[in-house]
Write a protein that binds this ligand. Structure first.
Ligand code: FES
Ligand SMILES: [Fe+2]
Length: 444
């Protein structure tokens, strides 16, 4: 249950539009400039956030720029394969040193303006025109690139601009363990692309914190269940630190039928190329003839998936049957990352504010999968930025989700709208996220 500490703290610190009434979210939190500025000064610079996947910087001197609001961080692979992160600015006259992703030739970061250079570890290696500067302007410690906190978890690099931040593991607990159980560290990028949405970053991500919109938004996925109770068999959990999850059923309940399980997986393979992928479909189809008289479908699927993966050299965590509970579920890690694990694969989302505007966000989607161990490590590259209605480049399921989000953002401004009213259990994750946000914003 959410506690009321945040309410007290936010009242004390006079946070605008704080969470107060249970199950209600003030609408201004999604567009108010003052609220957005508070997020910019008290949330983003002080929270751990996923800056890139390790696979984006596989080799020494590879870099990725991570942007959040008006801040820019360079994440750089070191010669010893470790990772460092630097604030992306030249100490001479503020030029940003690198953009996007790439590799620093010869391990030298070179400012494009006057050509000052740094080693990939951030130490200064060359100052063009040094003789023209007063020595006190060129002290080593001032000229070195300023480091940003960095940690690695879940095959990804996390940064925190706050030098005094608690360790990443503390922020991620206890939800991170749920992803470690499904071997998050084994997942690699199958595809990755993004869109820009005319909606607040929180509005966009809340569309994925509950599963009961499926009935109306993704009718093809209900496979005839129609308007059966939205409670379904999903279990919703909230955690300290703002995280939440939902997952399906219990091991005592079997899938409705083999055909429904197969058809829903096929929809994911065809309509998303994520969670269930072509490789899994071949295994699943073969299960039909291997369900013994004392078997459950769930157990037979788990057994065949395990056998296939072992044969193919694809590392899977123990307890694949237990994992099947995630096959309708997701884990949200505060402030802005989602994972939807299935069959050793996962869909993942990251949502960030865009263009210093509370009413726009940048929404990235990854299809992650577990490759055979022998597979060569390839650099992961963003496939592109595609319009949210681009049916050539977005599968049906995300298009359906995106279609509601901008309508919600516009709806916020319509006269008479009183703010969100949340379902007690199914939407508790949304409330939990906002209450954690208030705690963060209350810290002066
Ligand atoms: S601004 Fe970077 S070297 Fe001058
Ligand atoms: Fe959805």
């Amino acid at each position: 249950m959410p506690d009321n500490t945040a309410t007290q703290a936010s009242a004390q610190h006079n946070i605008p539009h704080a969470m107060s009434a249970p199950h209600r979210v003030p609408k201004e939190r999604y567009y108010d400039r003052e609220f957005f500025e508070l997020e910019k000064t008290r949330l983003w610079p002080r929270t751990w956030q996923m800056a890139c996947r390790l696979q984006e910087i596989p080799k020494p001197n590879d870099y990725v720029e991570y942007e959040i609001c008006d801040q820019s961080i360079l994440v750089v692979r070191q010669a010893d394969h470790g990772i460092k992160a630097f604030f992306n600015v030249c100490p001479h006259r503020a030029t940003q040193l690198a953009m996007g992703a790439g590799s620093f030739p010869g391990g030298q970061v070179t400012c494009p303006f006057h050509g000052w250079r740094w080693n990939a570890n951030g130490t200064s290696s060359f100052i063009y025109g040094a003789e023209g500067f007063a020595p006190e302007c060129l002290r080593d410690e001032d000229i070195a690139l300023r480091e940003c906190r960095v940690e690695v978890w879940g095959d990804a690099v996390w940064i925190n601009m706050d030098a005094n931040a608690r360790p990443l593991a503390e922020q991620l607990q206890p939800a991170a363990g749920r992803l470690e159980d499904v071997a998050i560290g084994n997942w690699r990028v199958k595809w990755w692309q993004e869109t820009i949405l005319n909606a607040n970053w929180k509005m966009a991500q809340e569309a994925f914190m509950e599963g009961w919109h499926v009935m109306r938004t993704h009718p093809q996925l209900t496979l005839g269940a129609g308007e059966a109770s939205p409670a379904g068999s999903l279990r919703y959990d909230t955690y300290p630190n703002g995280h939440c999850s939902f997952e399906g059923g219990s091991l005592d309940t079997d899938f409705h039928s083999f055909d429904v399980m197969l058809a829903s997986s096929q929809l994911l393979a065809d309509g998303l190329d994520a969670m269930a992928i072509e490789r899994d479909m071949r295994v699943l189809e073969s299960v039909r003839h291997k369900i013994g008289p004392d078997d459950t479908i769930r157990a037979a699927v788990a057994r065949e998936m395990r056998a296939y993966n072992e044969g193919a050299g694809i590392p899977m965590p123990a307890g694949i049957e237990q994992q099947s509970l995630w096959w309708n579920g997701m884990v949200f890690l505060f402030p802005n990352i989602f994972y939807l694990p299935m069959y050793g694969n996962s869909l993942a989302y990251r949502i960030r504010p865009y263009n210093d505007d509370p009413e726009w966000c940048r929404f990235e989607v990854w299809s992650l999968t577990t490759w055979p161990e022998s597979y060569p490590e390839e650099r992961a590259v963003l496939r592109g930025r595609f319009d949210k209605d681009d049916t050539d480049n977005w599968p049906l399921i995300p298009i359906q989700d995106f279609s509601n989000i901008e309508r919600q953002q516009r709806g916020l401004h319509v006269q008479g709208y009183q703010g969100h009213r949340l379902a007690v259990d199914w939407e508790a994750g949304i409330e939990n996220m906002h209450r954690e946000l208030d705690k963060r914003l209350a810290r002066a």
